[in-house]
Design a protein around this ligand. Structure first.
Ligand code: SF4
Ligand code: SF4
Length: 381
């Protein structure tokens, strides 16, 4: 059985081989930002692999366009190679550093274990301290939720876990930024940041060569891009709902639950539906995908994050629908536990691809705006 270092070296070697063939071929130039960034590199070094793998949106257009893809003797599979390097980059830059190289695949077992622990942490104090008539009773009016779980406990525990996760993600992204090698000197940061955020918000690279991704086979489709949008903006709206609710509670003294037509409920409902549709759609596309360009070893981690986000959103919508019934107590505990588990796994799950990709898009935009055009002829040292 190969050791981890051998495996990482094999993955990097295969990705480097594929990218060097692509650099000579250039047929897919214009498909995505990877190929334009690749053109300026005569050699593909370790830092370039880190950068280019996270610039790839895994649209698979280059696999279906490639004359060297299997069954050709070159056996070139760029999306799969870059997916494996990308996964390795999450392990190499995870924070705290003691976890580097030791983080498991962050798949089903890891996400499930952390989520179950978080659910137990939320539910046990309530189950042990509250009488059954309170736990399974009907509660309405301002402060109904806090009769089951005190606001201080929700805000304190969730806030501390979220703070840790944001710090961990921030340190991971800083390490990843350094791992991509030095940024082009004198490149304009702010215009590049504007371009990177526009590309991230529009998921432009999921358009592949223009007509969309190859979700299932060689046919183009915009489905993956649309489901990603539903999920991305769904998560954003749910965070906005939480922010507005915090202002209502602490700024205006209006305690949850709020009326159906209030801003937090409207934002949360639309966001929750977006998350449910986005996660379910992406899971369906994954199930139907052509296995050729897929790195099977990563499917567990991808599906674990989708399942986690689906359950967070579905339990939130269920809580909204049942909040005036006796099911409100158990549903509240389940929802809060799932949210806490999600917060706790953010820096160690597939979620890390989002900030890493934005950082890679920023680096690509800085290179593009660099004048004169960046051409790095480097020697292997
Ligand atoms: S993926 Fe294939 S066709 Fe596209 S640039 Fe690479 S070698 Fe050429
Ligand atoms: S899979 Fe798509 S995003 Fe990735 S390198 Fe190929 S064309 Fe670019």
């Amino acid at each position: 059985m190969p050791c981890a270092d051998d495996e990482a070296g094999r993955i990097a070697g295969e990705a480097r081989r594929a990218l060097e063939i692509c650099n000579a071929c250039q047929f897919c130039d214009g498909y995505c930002a990877v190929f334009s960034a690749l053109k300026s590199r005569s050699l593909v070094l370790a830092a370039d692999l880190t950068f280019l793998s996270n610039l790839c949106h895994n649209c698979r257009s280059c696999y279906h366009a490639c004359q060297y893809a299997p069954p050709h003797a070159f056996d070139l599979n760029l999306p799969k190679s870059l997916s494996l390097v990308r996964q390795q980059s999450y392990r190499d830059h995870v924070w705290p550093p003691v976890l580097r190289g030791r983080l498991p695949g962050a798949g089903w077992s890891f996400v499930a274990a952390v989520t179950l622990a978080a659910m137990a942490l939320v539910a046990l104090p309530a189950v042990l301290s509250l009488p059954a008539e309170v736990l399974f009773g009907r509660h309405d009016g301002p402060g109904a939720f806090y009769r089951l779980v005190p606001w201080g406990a929700i805000a304190g525990v969730a806030g501390a876990v979220m703070l840790w996760s944001l710090l961990a993600i921030g340190f991971s992204v800083a390490s990843f930024w350094r791992g991509m090698g030095p940024a082009p000197a004198g490149a304009a940061l702010w215009p590049a940041l504007r371009d990177a955020l526009r590309d991230a918000a529009s998921l432009r690279n999921l358009g592949g060569g223009g007509a969309g991704c190859n979700d299932r086979d060689e046919r183009f489709s915009q489905a993956r891009r649309r489901f990603h949008h539903a999920l991305f903006y769904g998560v954003g709206l749910c965070f906005a709902a939480t922010g507005v609710a915090t202002v209502y509670d602490h700024g205006l003294g209006w305690q949850a639950p709020y009326p159906l037509l209030s801003l937090p409920v409207l934002l949360g409902s639309v966001g929750g539906v977006g998350m449910v549709v986005g996660t379910a759609g992406l899971a369906l596309l994954k199930r139907r995908a052509d296995p050729g360009p897929v790195a099977r070893s990563l499917t567990g981690g991808d599906c674990a994050l989708l399942a986690q986000l689906f359950l967070v959103a579905a339990s939130g919508l269920g809580l909204l629908a049942m909040r005036e019934t006796a099911a409100m107590g158990p549903l509240l505990l389940v929802h809060l536990g799932l949210v806490l588990g999600w917060f706790a796994t953010l820096p160690y799950s597939k979620f890390l691809h989002a900030p890493f990709r934005v950082a890679a898009l920023l680096r690509a935009a800085m290179e593009q705006k660099h004048s004169p055009p960046l051409t790095r002829k480097r020697s292997l040292r």
